[in-house]
Design a protein around this ligand. Structure first.
Ligand code: FAD
Ligand code: NAP
Length: 310
């Protein structure tokens, strides 16, 4: 493709600008994106799409893509939860809706495990501040704070970048003075993968009813005794950090990230019984303790809400 064709495609297909880009490390980034048009009203916890053309370069070392000339002119689009910095540069709760931009928290996928190599993140990781990209105008999703009442304890349990929507929901709870306990857990491979650790540490200092609990699974000290979020619950450590028993009547649990941590059950076609994936995810463990996961196909709204990233 000629530089003129590429410039033309960018003009036609892109509708937003990167206003800030923070590389937490080579494979993890925080990206702020300002759309050309005013943002659509939306709720914390929801997601939108980001996209870049298949004509854009990919990070060195990426596996080869086989694309037809027609495909090369298309956009690679993926869903991304909206995150939130929570505090502004002066350390106050951010007036997020006045900024005109949205924040995203994105990990570089080097191998997708699928036939096609990962399309979007190897391109997103070459972006620089001021660059143009596509952002979906539609912001959507069922993963919101709608069911949470002031008397409810809120648990946010995430793996990796799954903490993105939790950060936006946490900002909303703090902003509206949610009076009950809030606990946010994030399980990552290495300490360097905790892109929001500093802000959570500051929030814990300011809000005694808020706790951030990071778990790392591949640091030297985790060797031989890896603790997943499921282990935190079954061992009683989660309740210990919460300072209270898990009470399904007054607790909402939000799960986001790796589907294996979440463990959404299937329904047996003959008996209708729930079949949980093995080894157990959080849903099985909590349902055995009286919780109920949302089941959109059966129109069941419970107190476990989840967003699977793949
Ligand atoms: C509703 C929704 C919200 C999402 N929000 C985010 C987000 O906020 N941040 C984010 O980084 N990703 C998020 N994702 C995943 C995102 O849509 C892309 O799949 C991801 O960025 C990889 O895109 P790709 O084109 O590079 O690779 P693809 O070719 O799409 O590769 C997909 C594979 O990459 C792995 N993978 C995808 N996403 C992740 C992830 N976040 N962490 C670990 N492994 C992953 C899985 O093995 C998956 O099968 C979300 C997905 C959904 C459905
Ligand atoms: N994070 C990095 O440093 C890094 C570096 C290069 C590339 N990548 C790529 O980035 C992508 C995402 O990596 P990620 O680390 O953000 O996400 P991830 O692979 O989902 O891992 C996030 C956390 O979830 C844990 N986890 C894995 N299986 C689980 C289960 N069954 N139940 C509960 N928790 C579970 C992981 O522990 P485990 O340690 O047991 O997996 C890890 O602590 C991958 O494609 C990877 O190849 C990441």
């Amino acid at each position: 493709m000629t530089p003129e064709q590429i410039a033309d495609l960018r003009r036609q297909k892109y509708n937003a600008t990167v206003t800030r880009l923070i590389k937490v490390h080579s494979d993890l980034l925080i990206l702020r994106v300002r759309p050309d048009k005013p943002l659509q009203p939306h709720k914390p916890g929801q997601y939108t799409a980001l996209g870049l053309g298949y004509w854009e370069p990919r990070i060195p070392g990426s596996a080869d893509e086989e694309l037809s000339p027609a495909d090369q002119m298309k956009l690679a689009r993926r869903s991304y939860s909206i995150s939130c910095p929570i505090l502004d540069d002066q350390g106050r709760l951010l007036d997020y809706h006045a900024t005109g931009w949205l924040e995203f928290y994105i990990v570089l996928v080097r191998e997708s495990g699928k036939q096609m190599p990962p399309a979007l993140t190897p391109r997103l990781f070459l972006l620089q501040e001021g660059d143009r990209l596509f952002m979906g105008e539609k912001i959507t999703g069922h993963f919101t704070l709608d069911p949470v009442q002031p008397e409810d304890t809120v648990l946010f349990l995430a793996t990796g970048t799954g903490e993105a929507p939790h950060n936006y929901m946490l900002w909303d709870l703090l902003r509206r003075g949610h009076p009950s306990r809030i606990l946010s857990v994030c399980c990552v491979r290495y300490r360097k993968d905790l892109g929001y650790l500093a802000v959570h540490t500051e929030l814990m200092r300011r809000y005694p009813h808020y706790t951030y609990l990071p778990l790392t699974t591949r640091e030297a000290e985790s060797k031989g005794h890896k603790v997943y979020i499921q282990d935190l619950i079954t061992s009683g450590q989660l309740e210990e950090r919460l300072g209270q028993a898990l009470d399904p009547r007054h607790t909402h649990v939000f799960l986001c990230g790796n589907p294996k941590m979440i463990g959404v059950p299937e329904k047996d076609r003959v008996t209708g019984a729930r079949i949980y994936p093995q080894p157990p995810g959080v849903i099985e463990i909590l349902e055995k303790r009286g919780f109920q996961a949302d089941l959109p196909s059966q129109k069941i709204k419970g107190n476990i809400h989840y967003e699977e990233y793949w």
